[in-house]
Design a protein around this ligand. Structure first.
Ligand SMILES: [Fe+2]
Length: 345
């Protein structure tokens, strides 16, 4: 296996490649360093097959979209990832073949709902679930400290003690650790019950990452357009949500709401299908096309997407544009399908 950390900074990007076939994958690439990655790949005679994000990042713009555009590499993320440009959605225990290398996906939610770790040979890439002598925060973007505790103690700590740990971030100049070392001396976890861990993580009192909205929403939506005006966190926090069951009841009424699907056309007709009667306007076009749904300014509008994240952005945008009764389908078409509700394709 060829292996390298390419950034030499606090955000870590790892390259893993098959020596024999020269096939490579980049884990957590940064947009600002795509040129550097391409130069490295060319210099080493490697072909980039996959750009993998361990989760939707809140502190840097992902380079996966640029790499896909420039090299044709496929983007891989967990099935809960909200962005529309992910070509391969993975779940727990899936295998990713990179030449003759086999990466095993471990679903490790907690820092975010879409968190994965990748285990290959003697090492594991832990994203921001498990850091070196630390853990990633779990207090925003769908984070859940209890789930994070389970991911670390039940999944990652089940790996052999000698397994090398490579996290997505390190702020103290460390480069790697081992599962055994983290079990023994990670201060966030040592001698802590699940309840104690949740208590600790929910009271860290950290400020939000700098420029979070300028980073998180482009990563969640894959909208890379300076003309797009993303809503503020305060606007997003005001968005009202409905469960799939509640939406189904409303759709069956005599005066049904407008179900506005903000995904891309490929998704609308793709594996998750769409809600019968829904209108498709992709998020990136919503501001310019909202006149098409102008007759619903005073009526109920329910925004829908894959995971309920892009649709929250859409709901906040529509509210700012004067739509008075906008709701968000919680968990999007993923939860709609998981609830066994009917879809059209
Ligand atoms: Fe993160």
């Amino acid at each position: 296996m060829l292996f390298a950390e390419l950034n030499r900074g606090k955000c870590k990007t790892y390259l893993v490649a098959c020596e024999k076939t020269r096939r490579a994958a980049l884990i957590d690439p940064l947009k600002e360093k795509v040129d550097r990655y391409l130069a490295y790949l060319a210099y080493r005679g490697l072909t980039l097959e996959y750009a993998i994000d361990t989760h939707t990042h809140a502190d840097h713009l992902t380079g996966a979209g640029e790499l896909r555009y420039l090299t044709g590499a496929k983007i891989i993320m967990h099935r809960r990832a909200p962005a529309p440009n992910v070509e391969i959605h993975v779940k727990d225990n899936d295998r990713i073949a990179v030449g003759e290398l086999n990466l095993t996906v471990l679903a490790t939610p907690g820092h975010t709902p879409d968190g994965i770790s990748l285990h290959v040979d003697d090492r594991v890439f832990t994203g921001d679930t498990l850091l070196i002598h630390g853990t990633g925060r779990a207090d925003f973007a769908g984070g859940d400290a209890g789930l994070q505790y389970d991911s670390i103690t039940k999944k990652l700590f089940a790996l052999p003690d000698a397994t090398l740990v490579f996290p997505a971030h390190d702020y103290r100049g460390n480069t790697s650790s081992t599962i055994g070392d983290e079990k023994r001396s990670n201060p966030r976890l040592q001698d802590k019950t699940r309840e104690q861990y949740v208590e600790l993580m929910n009271n860290l009192g950290l400020s939000l990452p700098e420029k979070i909205q300028e980073v998180l929403q482009p990563n969640q939506t894959a909208v890379d357009d300076d003309r797009m005006h993303f809503p503020s966190l305060a606007e997003l926090n005001l968005v009202r949500t409905l469960t799939p069951k509640e939406v189904q009841t409303l759709v069956g009424c005599s005066a049904p709401p407008l179900v506005l699907d903000v995904r891309e056309l490929e998704e609308y007709v793709g594996e998750l299908g769409h809600i019968a009667g829904s209108v498709l306007i992709p998020l990136k076009d919503l501001s310019t096309r909202c006149a098409e749904i102008g007759s619903f300014k005073e009526r109920q509008v329910i925004a829908v997407c894959r995971a309920g994240v892009r649709s929250a952005t859409a709901a906040a945008l529509l509210t700012a544009l004067g739509f008075e009764r906008v709701y968000n389908l919680k968990g999007g078409m993923l939860d709609w399908n998981d609830a066994g509700l009917p879809t059209e394709k």
